[in-house]
Design a protein around this ligand. Structure first.
Ligand SMILES: [Cu+2]
Length: 374
C-alpha cells in the first residue's frame, strides 16, 4: 500500500500511524481461524448462484424456502468511483458493486452464504467485508482483506433471521472512512418458513424495496463550495475533519439526493403489501411513511422477534437494518422519509412511493376545497 500512497503524492500527507491503520495484516496472518478447507457438513448441499441487482430492488428469492439448506453463491466487485450525490456535490465513493448501498443479498436460515469478493487492481485501497449476519472473525472482516488485484472467498452459515448490515472494515480510521464513503449494504436472512406477523401467522409481501441511507461528509473550500478530489486517499484528510464534527453535509437514500423520486420512485397498487428494508450502517435514523403506517415493523431487523404493529415512525440504529410491511389502502404519492425532517428535506433523506388505485372516500375526503374564510 505504501507505494500506492506515494504514487498519489500522499507520503507527506499521511502520518505513519495512519499508514499503519491503512495497512491491515493480510488475511490469515493474525488469526488461526477460517483456514481454507472443506467442511463435511456442506458436502452434498445444492449450490445456487444469486444474481445481485442494484437497489432498491432485491434479487429473485423465495419467501418460504423450498427444500433444505443451500449454498448461495454470489460475487461482489469492489468499485472505487466518483459519484455525484447531489447537484455539484461529488464524492470519492467506495462501493460494493458500484452502488450505494451495495446490493441486497437474500438467504434463508440454515443456508450458507458464499461470497467471492474481488478488489480489481484499478482500485487504490485494501478492502474487506464485515457481515453483521455472520459469526466470527470480525464478521468475516478478519478473513477478507483484499489488496487491489486480489480476490477472496468467504463462506458463512446464516444462523440468525433478520436484516443485517454488511460493510467494509479494513482497520483503524479506514473503517469509518470506508463506511461513509458508501461501502455498505445489507443482507436479509428469512426464516425458512417465511415471515410471521405478531400472531405467528405467515405473512407474505407482493413486492420488496431496499433503501440504504447514507451520511456523507463533504469538505468545502474557502468560498463554501464543495471540494472535489481525484482519489479516495486524497479526499481523506479533509473529509475526516468534517466527519469529526458528526454532522453530515448530505443524507441520501440510495446514493443520490432524490434517487428514489420521480421516474425512479417506488411503486405499488392499492391492496398490495410492500416490504421496506432500510439500512443505516453508521448513524441513527427514524423512518416514517407519510400518509401510511408500519403495519408490521421489525425496527431492529430481527425476524426472530415478534414485529411491532401499527407504528407511525420506527427508529433504526446506526449499524443496523430494519424492516417494515405496509398494505397500501389509498392511491397517490407517499413520502418515505427519515422523520428528522431537517435531515429529510434539507439533507436529502427522502424517497417517494407512487400508488395506483381507487380512492376511498371513507378513509379520507376533502369535504370542501380551500376557499375564503366564512
Ligand atoms: Cu473498503
Amino acid at each position: 500500500m505504501t507505494h500506492l500512497f506515494k504514487k498519489m503524492g500522499l507520503g507527506m500527507v499521511l502520518t505513519s500511524s495512519l499508514l499503519a491503520f491503512a495497512m491491515p495484516a493480510a488475511a490469515g496472518e493474525e488469526m488461526e481461524v477460517g483456514k481454507v478447507g472443506v467442511s463435511a457438513k456442506i458436502e452434498g448441499l445444492e449450490r445456487v448462484t444469486q444474481k445481485l441487482v442494484a437497489p432498491p430492488f432485491l434479487p429473485e428469492h423465495d419467501q418460504v424456502a423450498k427444500g433444505g439448506p443451500k449454498i448461495i453463491e454470489m460475487t461482489m466487485v469492489i468499485e472505487e468511483k466518483e459519484m455525484e450525490i447531489a447537484p455539484g456535490a461529488f464524492v470519492q465513493a467506495m462501493t460494493f458493486e458500484g452502488t450505494n448501498p451495495g446490493p441486497m443479498i437474500v438467504a434463508h436460515v440454515g443456508d450458507y452464504v458464499e461470497l467471492t469478493l474481488k478488489n480489481p487492481k484499478t482500485n487504490t485501497m485494501v478492502h474487506n467485508i464485515d457481515f453483521h449476519a455472520s459469526t466470527g472473525a470480525l464478521g468475516g472482516g478478519g478473513l477478507t482483506n483484499v489488496a487491489p488485484g486480489e480476490q477472496v472467498v468467504l463462506r458463512f452459515k446464516a444462523t440468525k433471521a433478520g436484516v443485517f448490515v454488511y460493510h467494509c472494515a479494513p482497520g483503524g480510521v479506514m473503517i469509518p472512512y470506508h463506511v461513509v464513503a458508501g461501502m455498505n449494504g445489507a443482507i436479509m436472512i428469512l426464516p425458512r418458513d417465511g415471515l410471521k406477523d405478531n400472531n405467528g401467522k405467515l405473512v407474505t409481501y407482493d413486492k420488496a424495496y431496499y433503501i440504504g441511507e447514507q451520511d456523507w461528509y463533504l469538505p468545502k473550500d474557502a468560498d463554501g463550495k464543495f471540494k472535489r478530489y481525484t482519489a479516495p486517499a486524497l479526499a481523506m484528510t479533509d473529509t475526516m475533519e468534517v466527519m469529526k464534527g458528526l454532522i453530515p453535509t448530505h443524507l441520501t437514500f440510495n446514493g443520490k439526493v432524490g434517487a428514489i423520486t420521480g421516474e425512479n420512485a417506488m411503486t405499488a397498487k392499492v391492496g398490495e403489501t410492500v416490504l421496506f428494508l432500510h439500512s443505516q450502517a453508521n448513524r441513527d435514523t427514524r423512518i416514517h411513511l407519510i400518509g401510511g403506517h408500519g403495519d408490521l415493523v421489525w425496527a431492529s431487523g430481527s425476524f426472530n422477534d415478534k414485529p411491532e404493529t401499527n407504528r407511525e415512525t420506527w427508529q433504526i440504529a446506526g449499524g443496523e437494518a430494519g424492516a417494515a410491511i405496509y398494505t397500501f389502502l389509498q392511491p397517490g404519492l407517499y413520502a418515505y422519509v427519515n422523520h428528522n425532517l431537517i435531515e429529510a428535506i434539507m439533507l436529502g433523506a427522502a424517497a417517494h412511493v407512487n400508488v395506483e388505485g381507487e380512492w376511498n372516500n371513507d378513509l379520507m375526503e376533502q369535504v370542501s376545497k380551500p376557499g375564503p374564510i366564512k
